[in-house]
Design a protein around this ligand. Structure first.
Ligand code: LHQ
Length: 261
């Protein structure tokens, strides 16, 4: 499919979605937001795709909502409808995606651009990555899931500090705070991310999908309910061909070959 504002490619079972408006540091306009939604849907439906990497072209990851849209909308803008109709379905689709997602943060991630990175399972960064909850700097509040994901990832106090000050967090601090999982020199970012993505793409797809849901469930539920949910998932996982084949492979001292069955 031909996109105007993003690039989409699949290699070695990894779909890479690259936001492509580098002149604005990949500011999010309606076209890009819709294309991102479509690309994630496409990756979801493509059985060949097992992992998605989200990144930005040029020196930015994403600078958040395209502020030109605000400037030109005048009194016509309906932010509630915009969030309901465009941002919320995208964030829900990304967070609820049943395959591993990696945000490869190649530069600045601001406002809703940062929210997109937060909605991915893992965040990896090059050393020129930077993060800002820019909303407050233009008199707005966090949206697109930032207030949900951020305290879960970095804790309440740091989430408040980031959202109330709009401070810029550099890559080293992001690693220390647990905002990113891995940090590499900028020159190695693409190559290292590919290694990680391919490693996940060779993993057990059904188990990976369940792990995402299980960890999210465990974060929001009491122990006794989580134990029940773990049991349900484990029963399903134990019935897969992938599990049975991997146990055989273990005793044959062979690497497992997961087929997603
Ligand atoms: C931009 C943008 C941008 C357009 C840089 N738009 N052009 C969603 C929907 C509904 C309701 C409300 O909220 C939201 C969520 C949000 O995301 S609100 C937050 C929106 N984002 C921001 O407020 C961030 C604005 N940008 C910045 O603060 C800086 O540009 C950052 C810190 C991202 C990067 O700074 P620098 O590295 O110094 O780059 P720069 O400022 O020079 O930007 C480079 C170019 O990109 C520049 O254009 P120019 O023609 O002068 O080269 C900027 O105008 C343009 N740009 N962000 N969001």
């Amino acid at each position: 499919m031909a996109y105007q504002t993003i690039n989409y490619s699949v290699e070695r079972r990894v779909a890479t979605i690259a936001m492509n408006r580098p002149e604005t540091l990949n500011a999010l306009n309606d076209d890009m937001l819709r294309e991102l939604y479509d690309a994630i849907k496409l990756a979801d439906r493509d059985a060949e795709v097992r992992v998605v990497v989200l990144t930005g072209q040029g020196r930015g990851f994403s600078s958040g909502q395209d502020l030109n849209t605000f400037q030109h909308a005048g009194e016509q803008r309906d932010i509630g409808a915009h969030l309901d109709q465009i941002y919320h379905p995208l964030i829900q689709r990304l967070a609820g995606f049943n395959k591993p997602t990696i945000a490869m943060v190649n530069g600045v991630a601001a406002g809703a651009g940062m929210s997109l990175a937060l909605a991915c399972d893992l965040r990896v960064a090059g050393d020129s990555a930077r993060f800002t909850q820019a909303f407050v700097r233009i008199g707005l509040v966090p949206d697109s899931g930032s207030s949900y994901f951020l305290p879960r990832l970095i804790g309440y106090a740091r989430a408040l500090e980031m959202t109330m000050t709009g401070m810029m967090v550099d890559a080293a601090t992001a690693l220390q705070w647990g905002l990113v999982n891995r940090l590499w020199p900028q020159d190695h970012l693409a190559e290292e991310t590919t290694c990680l993505a391919v490693e996940l793409a060779e993993g057990a797809p059904l188990a990976l999908g369940m792990i995402k849901r299980e960890i999210a469930y465990g974060f929001a539920h009491p122990l006794h309910e989580t134990l029940e949910r773990e049991k349900d998932f484990q029963i399903q996982a134990a019935e897969t061909e992938d599990h049975k084949q991997a146990v055989q492979a273990f005793f044959q001292k062979q690497p497992p070959m997961f087929r997603g069955r």
